[in-house]
Design a protein around this ligand. Structure first.
Ligand SMILES: [Zn+2]
Ligand SMILES: [Zn+2]
Length: 388
């Protein structure tokens, strides 16, 4: 009797997953944990099925019960992460990556999980997978793994890890994150040094090299370096004039969002082009591609090129609404006067106001927007004048 139940166990588990029956799944795994790593007739594992269904809960249950994220007997060599990427669930992809799934495994047609996700239009999964960094890769710098004092203070582990995985790489967002993630602002030089080391490591992994990640880490380091310079200049300035210190995020926003001809972001574009030009790995395919794209006639903005390189082609497409200050998608607020520009919140509006106030009424007329009754410019002004 027991043998018969054992034989039925495996097929039952696949049924439970197909039906999304988490209770039954848990009961079956409690009865025979070994079935977590069983195979169906197509040599697919329960984890692969749960991932393909995009079920965060079932994937978690299976991983808790010892499902092996690397087990892959599938005839076309699709890993659990390939299936997770196809499901469109970024949560599932994150769980699998945290459990040790490799993002560079390819299936029999040579596609990685992120490439499969891009193929079916799941850009959230592409961005998540491409920006994922195992915590261990960061930990070596916070625990002094190679002997000697760590390059980063251990308490920075969480915030630094979150910082390197950020998906929105708009320079203002990066600066905002340096400002809001605990401890980064006080350790700019160390953070930049580690980012540069990590960038180099990604480039020199031989078969496992990851040019995109290498560029991203370098890019973050470049911005952190710039923040450091602004800070130094500010300190010098303060000594001379004893001025009230300005908020670094505000100083950056003022510089980078300054509009040029026809409201284009000339300064930011120049800044980002300079950043690309200084990428130290000039022999990489990625570098040559970016430079070629930027030197063509009708070249796109450097921000678009960088974003497309890191997060796939979707980066900051006009079709997707984004915050005028930090590039975050689907902002919830609009300037109440012109009803044209959009922001995440009042802080983003505040950072853009220096420049936007010059074009606000013109934009409102262009769009033929009805004058808003609830103009909250006064409220904004009060907010701006508030001490932080
Ligand atoms: Zn924003
Ligand atoms: Zn406006």
């Amino acid at each position: 009797m027991e043998g018969a139940a054992g034989e039925r166990g495996p097929s039952k588990i696949f049924q439970a997953i197909a039906q999304g029956d988490v209770v039954l799944l848990k009961a079956l795994l409690a009865e025979g944990p070994h079935i977590a790593n069983s195979l169906d007739e197509n040599k697919m594992t329960p984890l692969q099925h749960a991932a393909y269904k995009g079920s965060r809960e079932m994937v978690q249950v299976l991983l808790d019960q010892g499902a092996d994220v690397k087990l892959c007997e599938h005839q076309h060599n699709y890993t659990a992460l390939h299936f997770g990427a196809l499901s469109g669930s970024a949560d599932v992809c994150l769980l699998l990556l945290e459990a040790g799934a490799k993002s560079n495994e390819t299936n029999t047609v040579g596609r990685s999980p992120a490439q499969m996700a891009a193929f079916v239009g799941h850009h959230n999964c592409v961005a998540l997978i491409n920006n994922y960094v195992p915590k261990g890769d960061v930990q070596v710098y916070t625990n002094g793994g190679q002997g000697g004092a760590p390059l980063l203070p251990p308490f920075l582990l969480e915030s630094f890890h979150k910082f390197v995985m950020q998906i929105n790489i708009h320079p203002i967002k990066v600066v905002m994150n340096v400002h809001s993630f605990v401890g980064l602002q006080e350790h700019l030089a160390e953070v930049k040094k580690v980012l540069d080391l990590m960038s180099e490591r990604e480039m020199k992994r031989g078969q496992e090299s990851n040019e995109v990640m290498s560029f991203k880490l370098y890019y973050l380091g470049y911005i952190v370096g710039e923040i450091g310079k602004v800070k130094v200049r500010q300190a010098a300035h303060r000594e001379q004039e004893e001025k009230r210190p300005i908020d670094i995020t505000e100083a950056f926003a003022r510089k980078l969002l300054k509009p040029g001809k026809e409201d284009s972001l000339e300064y930011m574009d120049g800044f980002l082009k300079e950043c690309i030009r200084e990428f130290p790995f000039r022999e990489s395919t990625l570098f040559r591609q970016m430079v070629a794209t930027l030197s063509g006639d009708d070249a796109p903005a450097a921000l678009f090129v960088i974003s497309a390189c890191i997060n796939g082609q979707r980066g900051f497409l006009d079709a997707v609404a984004h915050c005028n200050t930090c590039g975050e998608e689907k902002p919830t607020k609009k300037c109440s006067k012109c009803k044209v520009v959009q922001y995440c919140d009042r802080n983003c509006q505040r950072l853009h106001w220096t420049w936007h106030k010059k074009s606000c009424s013109r934009l409102g007329q262009q769009e033929g927007a009805a004058p808003a009754r609830d103009i909250d410019l006064k409220e904004l002004q009060t907010f701006i004048n508030q001490p932080n």
